[in-house]
Design a protein. Structure first.
Length: 509
């Protein structure tokens, strides 16, 4: 009841005309910036941080929250329409959303994403209000072996369900893990795969990898095939979800937040892992499994809801522990410190108006985001009516601008082209792109957690399985790996029984 009363007071703060204006500006700016490839929510918040110097803290953080959610949806828009993720959390949206767009169902994919963001954000923020203290206490108890187990689960899950074979999925994952090795060793400071370049000492930015593999790879692939077929505009389709679409999406909209929120609240990769796991879950549970990879709407609805709920989850550890679990949370933590405010267990007591005003503004921002983007879905989808040569020329231009904006170095453009050629190669040889991206995103973090766990256990491998949480996760991993074999065994047993019954019938006849 105390939380509910505080939330009501927070709505009193968030619904003042000025704070409503900041929320609306944040959502608009976030969506507009998120649509540009390579400029995700973290960069948007960082770029706009100086603009808020003259604002009061409450107004500034309400605007930041709007930018966060708006940029997440903007990144999904480019993922779906142009196969160009605006940020790493939007990578999964491209897998099913882009085939839907190419089939003339871009508006439906955008509508499923917008409603998914709304549902995930609403459920995630409700869980933030109700479960913040509990989730924070659980997050404290999770150690290096548990983090590593979670990442192994993400690797195995994503390579098991994507592509024509597991071998190709593993090959793609190894490509991503190799790219993730570039830079300084986080433990020893030794250079790895930098070829003597100081610029590569910081590693290859995830945004450049995602944009290169998806956008540049796709553009090169299309260019290679335009000689054989003329580039005709893609039809937009009807701008609403039909009854069949709603029947297929309402469960993923509800399942996504259950996966997304806990992962957002613990330092295990932000929204990337839950979006991947949500996609895997929806593929396993779907009655239309054959449509996955060709434009299954569940593969857009579930991960988008998970991403939005994860964004609410990141605020749990940031506000209650002062622990940023994503790049955006880290920028927001810097903003708190800029105002002389230290997030932590006492923040709710010392700054109740700011905290509950911020939480209430999340609900307001979700409504504004849905109201803004649902009517705009067919407008965004009209991007696909541009003839493909002009469309992909524009994609290459914005991808290059986004990659250059990440570090401001011309070498980033060379790296972008090299990774784009790798993306072209994956399409040529039938390798799924997603395992490569997850390898880049989670590879360095998985290595760090593995080495920490082994250091704690003096090099003993048993240190990786010395907690109930890690044992449970590895049991799930074994089940995922063994499931196809179990399925074949069950099929053989059933076939054997059927043959025996038929032979009895024949002999009896």
């Amino acid at each position: 009841m105390d939380s509910l009363n505080s939330l009501i007071d927070g709505f009193g703060t968030a619904l003042t005309p000025m704070n409503l204006l900041w929320a609306a500006i944040g959502v608009l700016l976030g969506t507009a910036i998120g649509v540009l490839p390579g400029i995700g929510p973290a960069m948007a918040v960082a770029l706009l941080l100086p603009v808020t110097y003259g604002l009061d803290p409450t107004g500034a953080f309400i605007m930041f929250a709007g930018i966060y959610y708006g940029a997440m949806f903007g990144g999904s828009t480019t993922s779906i329409l142009l196969n160009t993720p605006g940020e790493s959390a939007a990578v999964v949206a491209a897998i099913e959303g882009n085939p839907m767009a190419k089939a003339g169902r871009g508006a439906q994919a955008l509508a499923a994403a917008a409603i998914g963001h709304f549902a995930g954000g609403m459920i995630g923020t409700i869980l933030l209000v109700v479960l913040a203290p509990t989730v924070a206490s659980l997050a404290i108890g999770i150690g290096a072996p548990d983090y590593f187990a979670i990442m192994v689960l993400a690797f195995i899950a994503v390579t098991s369900v994507l592509g024509a074979s597991r071998i190709r999925g593993i090959a793609s994952l190894l490509i991503g893990l190799t790219i993730g090795l570039v830079g300084l060793d986080q433990m020893t400071g030794q250079q790895r795969l930098t070829f003597g370049s100081l610029h590569l000492a910081d590693g290859v930015d995830v945004v450049i990898v995602a944009v290169g593999l998806f956008a540049i790879g796709e553009a090169l692939w299309v260019a290679a095939h335009l000689r054989r077929s003329t580039g005709k505009p893609i039809p937009v389709g009807r701008p609403w979800l039909g009854r069949a679409d709603l029947k297929r999406t309402w469960k993923p909209w509800l399942r996504g937040p259950v996966i997304g929120f806990p992962f957002g609240a613990i330092p295990a990769g932000g929204a990337e892992i839950p979006t991947f796991l949500s996609y895997v879950t929806e593929k396993r549970l779907s009655k239309h499994r054959d449509q996955f990879g060709k434009g299954a709407i569940e593969g857009v609805a579930g991960p988008e809801a998970a991403a939005s709920a994860s964004a609410a989850g990141t605020l749990v550890s940031m506000l209650t522990l002062g622990l940023p679990t994503t790049a955006v949370a880290a920028v927001m933590l810097a903003a708190f410190q800029q105002y002389g405010i230290q997030p932590g267990p006492l923040l709710f007591e010392r700054e109740p108006e700011l905290v509950w005003g911020l939480i209430a503004s999340l609900f307001v921002g979700m409504v504004l985001l849905l109201a803004l983007n649902l009517p705009l879905a067919p407008v965004w989808a009209k991007l696909l009516r541009i003839p493909r040569p002009y469309l992909y020329a524009g994609i290459l231009f914005f991808a290059a601008v986004g990659a250059y904006a990440v570090g401001g170095e011309s070498l980033d453009l060379v790296i972008l082209l090299v990774i784009g050629l790798i993306g072209f190669g994956t399409r040529r040889y039938g390798l799924p792109v997603l395992p490569a991206v997850i390898g880049v995103i989670l590879g360095p973090a998985a290595e760090q957690q593995l080495r920490r766990a082994l250091q704690i256990s003096d090099g003993s491998v048993t240190g990786l399985v010395n907690t109930p949480f890690s044992v449970t996760v590895y049991a799930i991993v074994v089940l995922i790996v063994a499931w196809p074999l179990i399925g074949r065994l069950i099929a053989r047993l059933r076939g054997g029984r059927k043959t025996a019954e038929e032979s009895r019938t024949v002999s009896g006849g």
